[in-house]
Design a protein around this ligand. Structure first.
Ligand code: NAP
Length: 522
């Protein structure tokens, strides 16, 4: 039998008493490797190493960190087909998705490396006015952080995913609390990070990877006094529990948790007149994408009652029924899908739109669309709940006023989408859209919410419970801002300042000098 290991810096270790195995959801069987939950000692060692590593890594040149991130991408690619096979075996996700997610992961790492080489991410600001103190500010890393791997993205939001890449870019050592659903994938990626760290001369402890099958390891890490921030993607229950633990510490720390969202979509009347088939098809595909296990899954579609809306719903249901059910990530995620779905389907006042009597394999999810009238939706909050999986509620509103009331009643969301085929109509819905903007992190026009571009302009976050702090994003280059804090140098000799703040600008980066952006001319 093979044994899974924790990475305590570059040392492989398996000393914990609790063991567990991952599941192959497609086969509905246990995978072979036996993993050992990290022990108290291993947790302490990983954090102590991270604290030690921060003394060096927190001040290392950006170009060296960039080389490290590039090397991680290369080492992940060098894991080849074996990584993809393990990913598929532990997640039930198809090969195309495994491949795409690996590219996204390596792409993110390389994008942060490019950002570091460019340099202006440190937000250097210089204020020098005759007769006033010389004031200079930049962002510095906050210290060792804990990253929780996400169940639904075994690569892109896990061991060396966006949270880890952005924290390492900032200069923060990372201790990963690996997700138990894909511990083998996590361990392979951890080996790539450790190889890259050695190859590029990073201090030992810049990265550790700890296994667990219960909440204790995560709780111990968040409570540890040397940990300075937390990154998390998962359930509202898990995210809010970690926020409370972090807030109750003697020295509280921020938890950047990306949690639940039903991602409302407003189908405006113009669309229903001319583009019903197109959008019904696109939305059927979006609802079942990744077996509905995307944070941006369109769980709520809103329109105003009309024959055209009924036609759209009919086509949507037909398109949904045409698609083959697919495997979920784990029997527990499937169980939770069924429980949450049953809770919604146990309510009265909705209409079932899709076929329920289809044969499916054990961990497969049957996609489901229901409709409900606006007044019932307003009265019954169960219909507002995120059902993690291929499930959507279409709400038939009486009029614009009711649609507006519903938008005002929604919780915070990652995304909000407008489908519109005639810009003249926009004026009628201005207030509704303004209210939607206040609820979401990303406003989409004529598209589906699934699919999140990794770029500087992206916001993947939103008002609670979409995320714990709507001022930040967990996707894209500005995700780095979660792991830094500003520090101001007053009246310091030029040669003692960080290079980004020196008069001669040896790094040649763009800076703000006396509130004017000075462009790098090198
Ligand atoms: P989860 O239950 O929130 O767990 C995520 C991670 O946080 C796991 O490593 C878990 O540890 C840990 N954790 C959870 N509660 C904790 C607590 N009270 N204290 C310390 N650590 C805690 O999410 P999941 O396992 O990924 O999936 C379960 C459900 O979460 C899904 O069915 C879905 O509803 C939701 N989810 C939402 C999103 C999203 O779109 N934002 C993404 C993924 C999942 P252990 O597993 O080791 O116990």
């Amino acid at each position: 039998m093979t044994t899974g290991k924790n990475y305590i810096g570059d040392v492989l270790s398996a000393k914990g008493k609790t063991t567990f195995k991952t599941i192959n959801p497609e086969e509905n069987s246990e995978n072979e490797t036996l993993f050992f939950e990290a022990s108290e000692d291993e947790i302490s060692q990983a954090v102590a190493l991270a604290e030690e590593a921060f003394k060096i890594y927190g001040t290392i040149e950006d170009v060296k960190k960039a080389d490290f991130l590039d090397a991680i991408a290369e080492e992940i690619e060098a894991l080849g087909e074996e990584l993809l096979a393990t990913y598929i075996q532990e997640s039930g996700l198809p090969a195309g998705r495994a491949n795409g997610e690996r590219s996204r992961t390596t792409g993110q790492l390389r994008a942060f490396a490019t950002m570091l080489r460019e340099g202006s991410w440190v937000e250097a600001i210089i204020n020098k006015t005759e007769g006033k103190p010389d004031i200079r500010r930049l962002q510095i890393p906050i210290g060792p952080v804990v990253i929780f791997g996400a169940s639904n993205f075994p690569l892109a939001f896990s061991t060396a995913g966006g949270d880890t890449a952005s924290a390492l870019a900032a200069g923060c050592p990372v201790v990963v609390k690996s997700h138990p659903l894909h511990a083998g994938t996590g361990e392979m990626v951890a080996s790539a990070v450790i190889k890259a760290a050695k190859r590029t001369g990073m201090p030992n402890g810049v990265f550790s990877n700890l296994n667990s099958s219960g909440i204790e390891v995560g709780v111990a890490l968040v409570e540890h006094p040397s940990i300075k921030a937390v990154g998390f993607t998962g359930s509202i229950k898990g995210g809010t529990a970690l926020c409370k633990i972090a807030a109750n510490r003697a020295i509280p720390i921020p938890v950047y948790a990306e949690m639940g969202s039903i991602n409302p979509v407003l189908v405006l009347p113009s669309v229903l007149k001319t583009e019903s088939e197109k959008w019904a098809k696109n939305y059927a595909a979006s609802i079942v994408a990744g077996t509905g296990q995307f944070c941006t899954n369109p769980g709520l579609i809103l329109g105003i009652k009309s024959n055209e809306l009924d036609y759209f719903i009919t086509i949507l249901a037909l398109e949904i029924d045409k698609l083959e059910p697919a495997c979920m990530l784990h029997p527990n995620i499937k169980k939770q899908y069924e429980t949450l779905k049953s809770e919604v389907l146990g309510q009265s006042g909705y209409t079932q739109q899709t076929t329920l009597n289809r044969e499916i394999k054990p961990n497969y999810a049957l996609q489901n669309v229901i409709t409900v009238d606006g007044d019932i939706f307003l009265k019954n909050k169960t219909f507002h709940k995120e059902v993690f999986g291929p499930f959507s509620v279409v709400v038939k509103c009486d009029d614009i006023e009711q649609l507006n009331e519903i938008i005002l009643d929604l919780e915070g969301q990652l995304t909000g989408t407008i489908l519109n085929a005639d810009l003249k109509e926009y004026g009628d819905f201005k207030e509704v859209i303004q209210n939607l903007k206040n609820k979401v992190g990303r406003l989409i026009f004529n598209n589906v919410p699934t699919g999140v571009e990794v770029c500087s302009g992206m916001t993947h976050g939103g008002p609670f419970p979409a995320s714990s702090d709507s001022k930040f994003t967990s996707v894209g280059l500005t995700a780095v801002k979660r792991w830094v804090r500003p520090v101001t140098f007053q009246d310091w000799p030029d040669e003692l300042l960080p290079q980004a703040l020196q008069d001669k600008n040896p790094l040649g980066i763009n800076r703000v000098v006396n509130d004017i952006v000075t462009q790098n001319t090198i």
